[in-house]
Design a protein. Structure first.
Length: 319
């Protein structure tokens, strides 16, 4: 291998390591904690009214019946990643200003949803870490949605970044909510077929990356199940519009890692692997951490055009 190739491979490995330390890139590690989850029958959607322990959660006090939930992605530091919705152009604030009740989900530590109308949902029996299976996070999210829909009909939109999109899709494949009109499911850089950067990162990770990272790796049992059961989602939510946003900045390491356009962590092919109602491409990076590794790069959370597009989606307009 000549010196240029050696330098390129080494540089890609360094980027992977930096990105892991910056909480956004997924690596695999061979651990198998026991998985305890609601709904093991994956051949059909499960009615939310049949889920366990819903009665113990408080019902929301609300003044409107239109909600937007924001679901964050993976964080290797085991600390809240939900702050990302307030960064850059402050997506949370702009959506709230448009008249929606916005709920920011956090699933490391206690499972919480902080709503823009002042209500806070807390599941203090949940203690999320990077070892918490995505399936369990999905069940906790189902509990949270039931808490605001048990006593009234609501309209709901869900916007998810990265691994958050896998959390949401798993929930939608396995749970349905009789009082919920799910209008839009919007993903930002979600790796529905995994991230090939994990193949590199798994060899150079200097810290334990958790069971979630294994589930995010291409070819994992979790992703295989998710892909197999996608018809559960489309049959249970036939009127939901599925919008995929994917970055195509294609940074300097992209050509060494991905087989298509990419946002530096997730490829176009992976983000669109399960199909979509609409797909939107923007020359952005996966997260603000990667901005510092390129010249003139911005992420989904710093591009006002993306927020403008999402607001159109929420209003029922596709472009």
């Amino acid at each position: 291998m000549d010196k240029k190739k050696v330098y390129a491979v080494f540089s890609v490995m360094v980027v992977g390591l930096l990105a892991i330390s910056g909480f956004v890139i997924y690596s695999g590690i061979n651990v198998h904690p026991s998985i305890s989850m609601f709904g093991t029958n994956h051949n059909s959607a499960i009615l939310a009214s049949n889920l366990h322990h819903y009665s113990k959660f408080p019902k929301a006090s609300v003044t409107s019946s239109t909600y937007v939930l924001l679901v964050h992605g993976y964080n290797i530091e085991n600390t809240t990643e939900s702050d990302i919705w307030y960064q850059g152009v402050n997506m949370e604030q702009q959506i709230a200003n448009a008249g929606y009740i916005v709920g920011v989900v956090s699933y490391y530590g206690e499972f919480t949803v902080n709503y823009s109308n002042g209500y806070k949902y807390t599941n203090n029996s949940f203690d999320g870490t990077i070892d918490t299976p995505i399936e369990q996070i999905a069940a906790a999210l189902a509990d949270a949605i039931y808490s605001i829909s048990a006593n009234e009909n609501i309209t709901l939109d869900i916007i998810a970044h990265s691994m958050g999109g896998l959390v949401v899709l798993y929930m939608l494949e396995n749970y349905v909510f009789p009082n919920v009109n799910l209008q839009n499911f919007i993903t930002l850089g979600t790796p529905f077929n995994g991230s090939y950067l994990a193949k590199i990162a798994s060899f150079i990770s200097i810290k334990y990356s958790g069971y979630q990272a294994e589930e995010l790796s291409p070819g994992s049992a979790f992703l295989t199940e998710l892909q197999t059961n996608v018809d559960n989602f489309t049959s249970a939510y036939p009127n939901t519009v599925f919008e995929v946003y994917i970055g195509t900045f294609d940074p300097w390491w992209g050509g060494y890692v991905f087989n298509s356009q990419n946002d530096g962590a997730v490829s176009y092919n992976s983000a669109t692997y399960l199909g979509f109602s609409y797909v939107y491409e923007y020359p952005v990076l996966h997260c603000p951490t990667l901005d510092h590794l390129v010249d003139h790069g911005i992420s989904y959370f710093e591009d006002q055009n993306i927020v403008n597009g999402i607001l159109l989606n929420l209003s029922g307009t596709n472009y």
